[in-house]
Design a protein around this ligand. Structure first.
Ligand SMILES: [Fe+2]
Length: 290
């Protein structure tokens, strides 16, 4: 299967993702809202992706074939920064990631939110988020969830019950054979409501571009499910870096998780991990005076 897909696509794209040469697709753009603290290590890149080891499958409950970032993490070069970081909110929701923030929850507020205290989620989370974002229907409030600390990737596949590794979401009612519809899918906002930082990981190439670059041999039915298409892409282009965005308590990201391969990570945070998630058509509001 691999030999069918290699060839012309590899000739034009391999090793040129962030180079000065021909880039065969528009990379996903990142916008960091000035509301966020300035951090040198806010955004980092991996050296690519890799398949999980047998030990990770057996001892850490990963799906066989799952893919993880190839470490170590490194800073962006000036060229990579110019290609990936946008100075303005990108106009295309389906191929942009936005980082923003609301005030971090106090210990008391977090306890009230976790305890389901009436009004706490609305006052401490929803109201501040509506001050910085526009939420268009259909909205689906997934709500609060938490993960163990120390996870390189945090998502457990509902069907397999195992860690999925880097993946694409399918919350929308997609026709799997209509890749273009993913450009119109809902996005999500995820707020770090926990006690310390967590990460958002993503590949800076959209699903539709992955499908196009793999070529006509990459029809979804050939891989039985979309999971195989995104894993196949990463296996064929293992040098494509994963972008890692650090989210301090109170930071949130808005991302097209139905169109971009991604995961969360709690790898080196401390204390309680907690996130609050809403799906919908979500955009960052322009800041007053800027
Ligand atoms: Fe996901």
């Amino acid at each position: 299967m691999r030999s069918d897909i290699e060839g012309a696509a590899l000739d034009v794209t391999r090793a040129h993702w962030f180079g000065d040469h021909h880039v065969s697709c528009s990379l996903v753009q990142i916008y960091v809202d000035p509301r966020c603290a300035s951090l040198d290590e806010r955004i980092q890149l991996s050296f690519g992706t890799r398949e999980v080891t047998a030990e990770e499958v057996n001892a850490l409950n990963y799906e066989p074939g799952a893919r993880l970032p190839l470490e170590p993490w490194r800073p962006l070069s000036a060229n990579e920064r110019s290609l990936l970081i946008s100075k303005h909110v990108p106009p295309t929701r389906e191929r942009s990631v936005v980082l923003s923030r609301i005030p971090a929850l106090s210990k008391n507020a977090r306890e009230a939110v976790i305890g389901g205290e009436s009004g706490a989620v609305r006052e401490e989370i929803v109201r501040p988020l509506t001050e910085i974002c526009e939420f268009d229907e259909p909205l689906h409030v997934i709500g609060l969830s938490h993960r163990a600390r120390g996870l390189k990737t945090a998502t457990i596949d509902n069907l397999s019950g195992k860690y999925a590794g880097l993946h694409i979401d399918s919350w929308d009612d997609h026709d799997d054979h209509d890749i273009a519809l993913r450009e119109q899918a809902t996005n999500r906002i995820s707020l770090n409501a926990g006690e310390s930082h967590r990460y958002f990981l993503f590949l800076p190439v959209t699903f539709a571009d992955m499908h196009r670059i793999l070529g006509t041999d990459a029809q979804p039915e050939r891989y039985q499910s979309l999971k195989y298409l995104e894993r196949n892409f990463m296996a064929n282009f293992p040098e494509l870096p994963v972008v890692r965005c650090k989210l301090l308590p109170g930071d949130c990201y808005i991302a097209p998780t139905e169109n971009v391969v991604h995961d969360g990570s709690t790898e080196d945070g401390e204390g309680l991990d907690l996130q609050f998630v809403v799906r919908g058509f979500i955009n960052l509001k322009a800041r007053q005076g800027g």
